[in-house]
Design a protein around this ligand. Structure first.
Ligand code: FAD
Ligand code: PYC
Length: 416
């Protein structure tokens, strides 16, 4: 895949003049209408929709590492929209509708596979919370259904339904439209489509400062590859949002935690769906490569380390072996971590900020992959119009001042 740097060369970011010439004639500072900080799925998608739907001419996406190397390339790809509150149903269902046609939109196979997501309940409290979600979703026209253990046995016979388990399965909520997709294909698909529309994607370019003019309006960024001017800036730097926003003097209501996952050695297709349990801190699916994809709860301390504590994985594997005894003899192939930024109400922040021209999209915590197309679409609209898209409006930053929180702790699916 080739990303065009031609416009950067024209603008002098990549300076190809002869030795000594640059001292006589300094290269002009490159300039963009919009700079997006962070080349994950959300950032690349935002750039794509800005170019495609809003015809913004000069867009750059700046990435400190490689594209998709953050949480987009580290997540376990579960897609669902069974959240509790209307605001969340709005954004996650918008995303789910976009997933359906994303491969043809991008002309890139993102391997969206609606194989069903089953969220297990192990206690009376779990059952009550889960049934509340099912009813709320159905009222909102979102598919979700309650399965009794005998129906679970039919849907996913690999689950151990013995009442002797430490946490016996009492039932589960099934969203059949939920499923998985291929994570890096999402980053690559958006990147290629954005590149074709003229977006500059600049890797190994860490943003180290945000500059503002005399009126306080953003005017550009400082980076490890030089200064770049910008009319507007969108920060989509999951895990490090607080660090980047502090460059513009904005303190964010976020905490960053490691979240870990692992895969087994690959085997032939043996597991038909996604099964999750936030009570036992474990969930599993099988990738198209054949690996069992297993995820854990977040580490219990804040950190920017992309490894996390070993006890988290071993605890998760104990739970997985108890729930799926048929996989007890499988071997682990590799494990890894990502850094997720978490808000107090476990809902994202999308919108304007107190700094004119600065926009932010963050706080997706353990669950932002599923939102990628919807989040990118409404964030692009928000940046283009300078005001929140109606679907994004409830997720404004100032809800932490007004108290209009959207408490999705119970829908997070991964234990925090
Ligand atoms: P990222 O992909 O992290 O992109 C942000 C980018 O910003 C990074 O590439 C980073 O390098 C860059 N950046 C940071 N600082 C700077 C800077 N100063 N200058 C330039 N670039 C910078 N969600 C689900 O919906 N389903 C799941 O099953 C799921 N499982 C998960 C499992 C794990 C182990 C993890 C870690 C996360 C999981 N998530 C899941 C959450 C999901 O991965 C994230 O919410 C989502 O990928 C965030 O996407 P993004 O594009 O905002 O962030
Ligand atoms: O949000 O569905 C989710 C999820 C599953 C695993 C990690 N996050």
């Amino acid at each position: 895949m080739k990303f065009s740097f031609s416009s950067l060369v024209k603008q002098g970011l990549s300076d190809h003049r002869g030795w000594g010439e640059q001292w006589r004639d300094p290269a002009p500072q490159p300039s963009y209408d919009v700079i997006i900080i962070g080349a994950g799925g959300h950032g690349l998608g935002t750039a794509y929709y800005l170019a495609k739907k809003y015809k913004v001419g000069r867009i750059a996406v700046l990435e400190k590492g490689w594209l998709g190397g953050g949480n987009t390339g580290r997540n376990t790809t579960i897609i669902r929209s069974n959240y509790l509150w209307e605001a969340s149903e709005g954004i996650y269902n918008h995303a789910l509708n976009l997933w359906k046609d994303l491969s043809s939109e991008l002309n890139y196979n993102v391997m969206y596979s609606p194989r069903g997501v089953l969220s297990l309940s192990h206690t009376i409290h779990d059952v009550q919370v889960s049934k509340r979600h099912v009813h709320a979703n159905r009222l909102a026209g979102i598919d979700n259904e309650w399965l009794e253990p005998n129906q679970i046995a039919e849907f996913c016979p690999q689950i151990n339904l013995s009442p002797k388990l430490r946490y016996p399965v009492l039932g589960g909520a099934l969203q059949r439209r939920g499923g998985t997709a291929r994570h890096d294909a999402v980053a690559w698909g958006y990147a290629r489509a954005a590149d074709a529309l003229g977006v500059d994607i600049i890797q190994n370019c860490e943003v180290t400062g945000i500059t503002r003019d005399n009126n306080g309006q953003v005017s550009g960024v400082e980076t490890t590859r030089g200064a770049i001017k910008a009319g507007k800036i969108g920060v989509v730097a999951a895990g490090h949002t607080s660090v980047v926003m502090a460059m513009a003097g904005v303190r964010m209501p976020l905490e960053s935690y490691p979240l870990q996952a692992l895969v087994s050695e690959p085997i032939k297709p043996a597991f038909p769906c996604v099964v999750m349990s936030s009570t036992i801190h474990a969930y599993m699916s099988q990738s198209d490569k054949g690996e069992l994809v297993i995820g854990a709860g977040t580490d219990q301390y804040v950190s920017y380390s992309q490894t996390g504590g070993l006890y988290i994985d071993s605890h998760t594997l104990e739970a997985i072996c108890e729930l799926f005894p048929i996989f007890r003899r499988m071997r682990m192939l590799r494990n890894w971590g990502g850094i997720v930024d978490v808000t107090a109400d476990r809902s994202p922040i999308i919108g304007t900020t107190p700094v004119p021209g600065l926009f932010v999209n963050c706080g997706w915590g353990t669950g932002g992959f599923k939102a990628t197309p919807g989040s990118a679409d409404v964030f692009a609209a928000t940046i283009a119009n300078g005001e929140p898209h109606p679907i994004a409006a409830p997720f404004r930053l100032d809800r932490f001042r007004t108290g209009n929180l959207i408490d999705e702790g119970a829908a997070a699916a991964v234990a925090h």
